[in-house]
Design a protein around this ligand. Structure first.
Ligand SMILES: Cc1cc2nc3c(=O)[nH]c(=O)nc-3n(C[C@H](O)[C@H](O)[C@H](O)COP(=O)(O)O)c2cc1C
Length: 345
């Protein structure tokens, strides 16, 4: 069982933070599908929270259905990070995470995200100050190092643990790699053996088989999935099926459509600014329709949509046509079905 501080994570399958996607609406829907033991918010600026910036505060929104929930913060100033973490705790979030892996220039330029992996004194101060101001468990999400020449993951994680981190989420690529090359899972094994706090493995899980393989190969206590889960949010349930020796659940087209429409409806009701709801909606529709056939015209129409209402109509029409073709041909309209019958998405 995975226990992070006082929080039990059951099952030990975790939705990774993906900015622009893993908002409160997406997280609620993932949770309803089952199999996911912990959700992470997308990264939130500590500075924005401290300044009570309204857009930043909106990222903090969540409902009890999402619990246990970890809110991820990024920043570089220990006092501001501690203040932001205190605000996170006040919302009732179960844990706080410190982003030490984001490679985006606008984040690292200011010394936040992956830049903390080469400023360990600062990283230590942040963790210590956050622990002083909060009583919820703290996790650190980190990479293998800044570049191939500085693979300092062991030192970073040891110092994080000594400063009070309750678990480490580890994506074994360097900042310079961003998402290129392959995540080196052998580093997860090494880190897990070196630490006495739990290690959550992350990186390149594409199918439910991969999730079980990562756990078996590395011994990591938690498994975090990002890109594959936002294209296939049923993945957590599929991992559970596989672990229990059951037939792996394959969502129907109707269910995929329902997920998308539920997201659009939640975003429309939840967002004050309809332009934000539309932008979020388009992104989620694109991820969820990734492996479906005949998407070229669909994509073009999506991009041209001017309202959630229009977007909803386009989605309804697209699925109506696919379902019609599916029922008349009897073919499962997924592209690239793996031999196990699981879409490799
Ligand atoms: C579009 C996108 C946005 C991301 N946003 C965040 C983020 O806000 N915070 C974070 O720690 N990691 C973020 N990540 C990294 C993921 O959480 C994860 O570590 C990475 O994608 C590797 O895992 P995966 O192979 O399962 O996707 C993001 C990744 C992508 C592709």
């Amino acid at each position: 069982m995975l226990k992070i501080g006082k929080v039990a994570v059951v099952p030990n399958l975790i939705l990774a933070p993906i900015s622009g996607v893993t908002d409160t609406y997406f997280r609620r829907l993932v949770k309803r599908l089952g199999g996911c033991g912990l959700l992470y918010s997308e990264m939130i600026s500590a500075e924005g929270l401290c300044r009570q910036h309204s857009k930043t505060l909106s990222y903090l929104k969540f409902v009890s259905e999402e619990k246990p929930l970890t809110v991820q913060l990024y920043g570089f100033d220990p006092a501001r990070m501690a203040e932001a973490a205190r605000l996170v705790e006040k919302t009732g979030a179960d844990m706080v995470d410190i982003n030490m892996g984001c490679p985006t220039p606008k984040v690292v330029r200011h010394g936040s995200g992956a830049a903390l992996m080469r400023d360990l004194d600062r990283a230590e101060k942040i963790i210590t100050r956050v622990k002083e101001r909060t009583s919820i468990p703290l996790t650190v999400k980190m990479r293998a190092g800044w570049s191939q020449n500085t693979p300092n993951y062991l030192e970073v994680a040891r110092r994080a643990a000594a400063s009070g981190a309750d678990a480490i989420c580890f994506h074994p690529r360097t900042k310079s790699q961003r998402l290129s090359g392959a995540a080196d899972w052998s580093l997860i094994t090494e880190l897990r053996e070196a630490l006495s706090i739990p290690v959550i493995g992350n990186g390149d899980i594409a199918t439910p088989y991969d999730a079980l393989r990562m756990e078996a190969e590395t011994g990591c206590q938690g498994i975090m999935v990002g890109r594959a889960a936002i294209k296939n949010p049923w993945l957590f349930r599929q991992v559970r099926d596989l672990a229990q020796g059951k037939q792996v659940y394959i969502p129907s087209l109707e269910e995929r459509k329902k997920f998308i429409l539920d997201y659009l409806s939640l975003a429309q009701r939840g967002e004050e600014d309809p332009r934000i709801a539309l932008a979020k909606g388009k992104r989620v529709v694109i991820y969820l329709s990734r492996k479906l056939p005949q998407t070229t015209l669909f994509r073009r129409r999506l991009n041209a949509a001017r309202s959630i209402h229009q977007l909803t109509e386009i989605v309804e029409e697209f699925f109506y046509r696919l379902l019609y073709e599916y029922s008349s041909s009897g073919e499962l309209p997924y592209q690239g079905l793996s031999s196990e019958g699981i879409p490799p998405i």
